[in-house]
Ligand binder design. Structure first.
Ligand code: CP3
Length: 347
């Protein structure tokens, strides 16, 4: 594999010193770029792009070329895991994911299985194509959804403001919720190992719906599975846990073997650091809507963020994925502000 020319993000994740703070954006490979939309519009839909390794690699590399980020994230979706387990999804234009079949009772388990990681071969091929195209310019991040967030989609069948069906299962049939997450966890662990075998340099686990639980429920229904994933993979590559909305569980996340904890924009950096302790790297956390402001304002908020996290053990990012109608020039201002910022290391 090509030697990395820029390994800032890996060093920051490992807690080593860096010349400057590294930066990437969640959802950087996507609709903000006209170049992405051009590829996407030439196809039958989102899934064809995900399942065509050459094209998935092309859109993975676009933000590295166009925006100058310090890492690429493989173009795919967290929903390929439930699909490999037996629940196919459709990506409905302007609405989001939809599952024709869901899990609501014991009988529905007849439709699903722990997936053979080879079923996601197109992802590993996309990783190989991406690594060849990157030629060591920046590291490549692999990812998966957290078992709890995947359960939300498998039970609910689509996005939801409340995910009340998933929460209902936790209270009415906690045994089924655990059984389902056990199967998702097993699938996810072998899937992430296969991504590392294919060459990704680091991993991120997205628990996008963590914030619909409280601390005790999160501890009982999400943490055990995150722990299993982190324990199995973090000796191979640095692993990031991003539990959106779960500022109340940062201390629990910090007790796992992950290297980095994602911080959403609602959480003050100083609070995140106090909860996480001194050892972990933190990633985040600019409010994505700051990128709708003018350039001066974007730079001001970005510098404030950099100062709040400090010069080490920080990977700059937004507090959640970049919104699709964000101007790429504004994203550039965010990135360039970070790249040119010099921390006062005497403080
Ligand atoms: O650039 C990247 O971050 C890599 C690619 C990536 C996508 N989805 C591509 C995508 C990643 C890391 C994801 C993760 C993902 N997918 C999450 C976790 C992160 C988060 O945002 O909380 C979740 C919850 C999903 C599920 C999902 N996929 C939803 C709810 C939607 C519809 C909403 C939307 O943003 O359109 C998707 C579709 C999706 N996944 C798109 C992209 C680029 C847009 C589809 C399109 O191009 O038409």
């Amino acid at each position: 594999m090509a030697e990395l020319k820029n390994d800032l993000i890996l060093r920051a994740a490992k807690g080593q010193s860096v010349e400057r703070t590294p930066v990437w954006l969640m959802r950087q490979a996507g609709r903000i770029l006209p170049e992405y939309r051009a590829v996407r519009n030439s196809l039958s839909g989102f899934k064809e792009l995900v399942e065509t390794p050459e094209l998935a690699a092309e859109v993975t590399i676009q933000p590295v070329d166009i925006l100058g980020v310090d890492a690429a994230i493989i173009f795919s979706d967290i929903l390929v895991v439930p699909e490999a387990m037996g629940l196919t999804y459709e990506m409905v234009e302007k609405k989001g994911p939809w599952f024709p079949k869901t899990i609501s009772s014991e009988n529905d388990f007849a439709n699903i299985r722990v997936a053979d990681p080879n079923e996601l071969d197109y992802v590993y091929k996309a990783i190989e194509h991406t690594l060849a195209g990157l030629n060591g310019r920046v590291p490549l991040i692999g990812f998966a959804g957290a078992p709890f967030t995947i359960l939300c989609y498998m039970v609910e069948g689509s996005g939801s403001k409340t995910f009340s069906k998933a929460r209902k299962m936790i209270f009415q049939r906690p045994d089924l919720a655990h059984k389902l997450m056990d199967m998702i966890t097993e699938t996810t662990i072998s899937y992430l190992h296969a991504q590392v075998d294919a060459g990704v340099h680091m991993l991120q686990v997205f628990d996008s719906w963590a914030g619909i639980l409280d601390k005790d429920l999160y501890k009982a229904f999400s943490m055990p599975y995150l722990e299993r994933i982190a324990d199995s993979l973090s000796s191979r590559v640095p692993l990031t846990l991003f539990a959106k909305g779960a500022h109340f569980s940062i201390d629990d996340l910090a007790s796992t073997s992950c290297r980095t904890i994602g911080v959403d924009w609602n959480t003050p950096p100083a609070y995140a650091r106090a909860q996480a302790g001194p050892d972990k790297t933190l990633q985040g956390n600019l409010d994505p809507t700051v990128l709708y402001a003018d350039g001066k304002e974007i730079a001001k908020h970005t510098i404030k963020m950099l100062e709040s996290f400090g010069s080490e053990k920080h990977i700059a990012n937004l507090g959640h994925g970049v919104y699709p109608d964000t101007n790429p020039d504004s994203v550039k201002i965010f990135i360039d502000t970070i790249k040119s910022y010099e921390h006062d290391k005497n403080q």
